[in-house]
Design a protein around this ligand. Structure first.
Ligand SMILES: [Zn+2]
Length: 309
């Protein structure tokens, strides 16, 4: 039997057919329609499932279920609150099930990505696994013996809102000094822009043609790799904050594996090597032979498709 996994995003939707080895054998992407009736989005997803079936030449009876990752909170088959796609209290699983004739389950998208990495990627074989996502925001999910640790509000693991600097930068959640306010991709770009304004002769200014607002993660990384001093200082400060956050997570949970996912994981080995070097001497159990293995998430956006089922 096959399963269908769908990652319903605010901008893009990716779906795939997953075989019994948790591998994607066929996939498809489409743009998520904006601000429309959830019934229309359910219809888009159902059509995608029919197209996927046709691509691998099977009937719908070859699928035993559909799993959908949702960018928001879900409860059973209901999307409680997903402001990126404008769903509030929408019985979305039923809408897709009615059109496909298949059982449909919903899962939060960060949890889906963590699950995908756990069963088929960087966390494969681990007993306990923490996925730290450094993207537009900072997200987290903790899996222990195969189960997502949900907490009493289904939001355990949201380490983006752990304070690493008391009275620090304002965060989108209303508090100050959160990890997200320092270590998201967005925060890194902000820090690079601020540094460019105070260091007018940096390569950041040259590459952005003296327009700091044009500095994004990509441009920053280019300047960093070229040896720009201002960028190196920004990266050093960023790594100090990220290290504080990662050490806090390790001291609290001591996962077998901690994987870094999201857009920032695209800088791969630079970030990983530096992080491992800084975290090791800081963790509480530094003299133990057993240490959390820090890795880069390996499945990219496929994790969300695999983890949705
Ligand atoms: Zn916060």
């Amino acid at each position: 039997m096959y399963k269908v996994g769908i990652d319903l995003g605010g901008t893009n939707t990716a779906g795939g057919i997953i075989d019994e080895k948790n591998e994607i054998i066929e996939r498809e992407n489409l743009l998520t329609r904006h601000g429309c009736d959830p019934e229309l989005i359910a219809a888009d997803l159902a059509r995608m499932v029919f197209r996927l079936a046709a691509k691998v030449n099977v009937s719908m009876s070859a699928f035993d279920k559909i799993g959908i990752g949702i960018p928001g909170s879900v409860e059973g088959g209901i999307v409680k609150d997903a402001n990126n796609i404008g769903f509030y209290d929408v019985p979305f699983a039923g809408m897709v099930a009615a059109r496909t004739g298949l059982p449909v389950s919903l899962i939060n998208d960060s949890n889906a990505a963590a699950r995908g990495e756990y069963v088929a990627g960087s966390g494969k074989g681990a007993r306990s696994f923490f996925m730290l996502t450094l993207g537009t925001g900072v997200g987290g999910a903790y899996i222990y013996k195969g189960d997502i640790v949900e907490g009493c509000n289904m939001a355990a693991g949201e380490v983006g809102h752990m304070v690493i600097r008391v009275d620090g930068r304002h965060c989108s959640c209303g508090r100050r000094g959160c990890l997200e306010a320092y270590c998201s991709g967005t925060a890194l770009a902000t820090r690079a822009r601020e540094a460019a304004i105070t260091n007018q002769y940096s390569l950041l200014n040259k590459l952005s043609e003296n327009n700091p607002s044009a500095i994004d993660g990509k441009l920053f990384y280019k300047a960093l790799m070229a040896g720009d001093k201002t960028s190196s200082q920004v990266f050093d400060e960023y790594m100090k904050d990220l290290t504080a956050g990662v050490v806090n997570i390790i001291n609290l949970l001591q996962p077998d594996v901690l994987a870094i996912g999201g857009g920032m994981s695209g800088v791969g080995s630079t970030l990983l090597n530096e992080l491992i070097k800084r975290v090791q001497p800081e963790v509480f159990s530094l003299h133990s032979d057993t240490q959390t293995s820090i890795r880069i998430a390996s499945l990219g956006n496929e994790a969300g498709i695999i983890g949705a089922v």
